[in-house]
Unconditional design. Structure first.
Lengths: 255, 521
């Protein structure tokens, strides 16, 4: 379980995140949803202290995140992002095993964990473990990125638009795959996206952000039935509006 | 062919010395520049300052940087000697290594910074995200990824350092430059070519080896990396062994260090003194060739040289800063001797007998044509003429005195290598040159020396100068050197110089022949 309390980030006079408070129950997935510049990524990065908060507090399992050195905190939190950032000079196996080896796991335990995870992300280790990231497709790289984030058995997984740079087919496949995966793993997830459909597919709850503030927080159904304001209702309308346009276009063609 | 094999016999010694200079400078340069580069990337505010200083060092002409090290180390040595009892050698290996190391800094430093800055920000974020500390991020991600760029910088530095190391010769460090400097002075084209080819070959070999390392690093190819590392390890191993062997000799009986400035006469005199010492006292000598003019004096004063030949007028004008106009030959010699003894403890073992004076020379034909026999007659025609001088001539007090006394204003003043001046006046490229009166080519090329009727140019008696250390340590050596006094007149010195310059005979051979004939007499 993680709790954000009055979390704030200012850059000079500009307020990126403004007194944000929310909590995510263990095993749940919270989506931070909003347009560019709404503060969702900054919020996510304050959780593992890639960005240091100006004020406010992050508590993970009741413990203040600022009470331990940042690198130790990050070893307990999985992190994957849109650019993936696989280390090009390390093999797939070395990339996945990086946090466990920083934690000083034994070689055999790392090997077994990496092999298990590669199976899980549907990249058979016999074929992929010794490859270099440059030899993989974008979708495969992103799955390795998620395996790397999961490698040290973290309590919490932070994902920043992990599927944002992929083609629509691959994205669709990975979104469905991810739903399965998190159900199996039971890990707590904070997932940043600007894509309404993605938010609906992966999220247990959705936090809509705008200009650094939390606009509404609730289950997808609650948001659909009870939008807090025009911004939220318009945001939620987009997928339906798009599908209506599609139906019209396809219908017109059929006639 | 014999000329080539004669030169090639010197190659192992020169090549080893050159390799020592280049490899040590590169190793120290890399060991200093990579951490400095990393540090700069962590403290952005310092980047422009540190890179700026490195760039300024790079813009100092390499020969000047090497020459500056001699007085700089001399001053530093005085401090360390009084503070810690640590003596620094201000000529030879140390100044060359320091200057070459400084020279290697910029390319390595700049490429380290560029390489680390060039690491994809996503990878830096990923490294932080997976829980690496700053140091782990540097060692496991940034440095491995920047490695090809850093190695490319080392490669650039290697080529520069190998090339620049040829300029270590004038500060007293043996290098392939010995071929080039002495070859240019004695007009031995073979020596110059051997030196250039060897330096270029070494630069290319080192460049290719590091290129292999670079390609191996970029492709993460362990085989190529291992091969390049093995070659470099072998080179460094050889350097270390040869260095140790050089130092392992009988340290107590260290050889007499004889210095030579960079011209033929000095090479012959060096050999003459070495031979005399060996015959009379059995002492071995070490020749430190092709030194810059004031480098030699500073080195003798500082105890890095034991003996060399300088000229009374040079010391009178450039070191004592006195005006020699109207001062007689004996008087100058006497006051220089007194000055050296009182101010620096340097012992004058005797004047060799000849003067090697600055003189204005013209081809005999040109002199007849213009009707100029004396410098006084030159003033009127000078605005139509060009004068060639050695590198220092137009900066020297003698030239300024000549200009003032005779009202000389030439159409053009051209600095050139002294070895080329005589050729230039013979072919008419210049009309007048600053000749050295003992140069054999004066006779050979039919050059007329103009009379200095007002006695502006001071006398230049060749004086054997002995360091306080040697005079104290070995009275026998001092005695042997005194034995050379008065042995050479101007005509003889011209003849010996000509034997080397025109007849391409070795200075050692010429010196031995002369000493044997004069002893027989």
């Amino acid at each position: 379980m993680i709790e954000l309390h009055e979390l704030t980030k200012r850059y000079g006079a500009q307020v990126a995140v403004d007194r944000l408070s929310l909590r995510v129950e263990a095993g749940h997935t919270l989506v931070l949803l909003g347009g560019s510049g709404c503060g969702k990524t900054t919020t996510l990065k304050m959780i593992n202290r890639l960005v240091e908060p100006t004020s406010g507090e992050v508590r993970i399992e009741g413990r203040d995140a600022s009470s331990m050195p940042p690198h130790e905190l990050r070893r307990r939190i999985g992190y994957a992002f849109q650019a993936v950032g696989l280390f090009p000079h390390m093999t797939v196996a070395e990339n996945v095993g990086v946090t466990p080896s920083l934690l000083g796991w034994e070689r055999e335990r790392i090997r077994a964990r990496v092999a298990g995870l590669l199976e899980r992300v549907e990249l058979p280790p016999a074929e992929y473990a010794e490859r270099l990231p440059g030899e993989l497709s974008g979708g495969q790289q992103q799955r390795v990125g998620i395996a790397r984030a999961l490698a040290a058995e973290p309590e919490l997984l932070l994902l920043d638009e992990p599927f944002g740079a992929l083609d629509p087919l691959t994205r669709d496949r990975l979104q469905r795959w991810f739903r399965e995966l998190r159900r199996e793993l039971g890990v707590t997830v904070v997932f940043v996206t600007h894509d309404m459909v993605e938010a609906l597919i992966v999220g247990d709850r959705i936090a809509v952000m705008r200009e650094g503030r939390l606009v509404q927080l609730g289950a997808p159904r609650e948001l659909l039935e009870n939008p807090a304001d025009d911004y939220v209702s318009e945001l939620l309308e987009t997928p339906r509006r798009q599908s209506r346009v599609l139906e019209d276009l396809l219908g017109a063609r059929r006639e | 062919m014999r000329a080539v094999s004669e030169q090639l016999a010197l190659l192992p010694g020169y090549l080893t010395a050159h390799l020592q200079l280049a490899l040590v400078a590169l190793l120290v340069g890399t060991a200093a520049s990579v951490p400095l580069g990393v540090w700069v990337t962590r403290r952005r505010a310092l980047e422009s300052g540190v890179l700026g200083v490195a760039s300024v060092i790079q813009t100092i002409p390499s020969l000047a940087l090497l020459a500056i090290m001699v007085p700089a180390l001399g001053a530093l040595g005085a401090i360390t000697a009084s503070a810690f009892g640590l003596e620094l050698r201000s000529i030879g290996y140390l100044p060359a290594i320091v200057a070459l190391t400084l020279y290697s800094v910029l390319p390595i430093l700049r490429n380290t910074v560029t390489g680390i800055d060039g690491v994809d920000p996503a990878l830096v974020e990923a490294a932080r995200g997976v829980g690496m500390t700053d140091r782990q991020r540097l060692v496991q991600v940034e440095l491995p990824l920047a490695l090809p760029v850093i190695v490319a910088g080392v490669r650039t530095a290697a080529v520069w350092v190998v090339g620049t190391a040829t300029l270590s010769t004038p500060v007293g460090a043996t290098s392939l430059g010995n071929y080039i400097f002495s070859g240019l002075q004695t007009r031995n084209t073979t020596a110059v070519l051997v030196g250039c080819v060897a330096a270029a070959g070494l630069a290319m070999a080192l460049d290719q080896t590091i290129r292999l390392l670079e390609a191996g690093a970029a492709a993460r190819d362990r085989r190529r990396l291992a091969l390049a590392a093995a070659i470099l390890a072998a080179l460094y191993g050889y350097t270390a062994v040869s260095f140790a062997a050089g130092r392992a000799g009988p340290a107590a009986e260290h050889p007499v260090r004889i210095g030579a400035k960079a011209f033929t006469e000095q090479y012959i005199l060096t050999e003459l003194m070495a031979l005399q010492l060996e015959r009379q006292t059995g002492l071995a000598s070490e020749r430190v060739s092709s030194l810059g003019s004031t480098v030699a004096f500073d080195a003798l004063r500082g105890g890095d040289l034991d003996v060399y030949v300088d000229y009374s007028g040079t010391i009178f004008a450039t070191i004592m800063k006195r005006d020699a106009q109207g001062v007689g030959r004996a008087e100058v010699l006497e006051s220089v001797e007194g000055f050296l003894r009182d101010e620096h403890g340097i012992v004058h073992a005797g004047a060799l007998g000849f003067q090697n004076t600055y003189a204005l020379g013209m081809s005999a034909a040109r002199s007849r044509e213009l009707g100029v026999r004396r410098i006084g007659q030159l003033g009127a025609v000078a605005p139509r003429l060009e004068i060639g001088g050695d590198y220092e001539f137009f900066q020297r007090a003698e030239w300024k005195a000549l200009v003032a006394a005779y009202g000389l204003a030439f159409r053009r003043e051209r600095s050139m290598d002294p070895a080329l001046m005589y050729e230039a006046v013979r072919t008419g490229d210049v009309d007048v040159i600053s000749a050295f009166s003992t140069d054999g080519r004066i006779v050979a090329y039919d050059i007329v020396l103009l009379e200095d009727e007002r006695g502006v140019i001071p006398p230049y008696d060749a004086m054997i100068l002995v360091s306080p250390g040697l005079a104290e340590r070995s009275p026998a050596a001092l005695g042997a050197l005194r034995g050379l006094a008065g042995l050479l007149d101007e005509a003889t010195m011209q003849r010996l110089n000509l034997a080397v310059d025109r007849d391409k005979r070795g200075p050692a051979e010429v010196a031995r022949e002369f000493l044997e004939s004069s002893v027989a007499r």
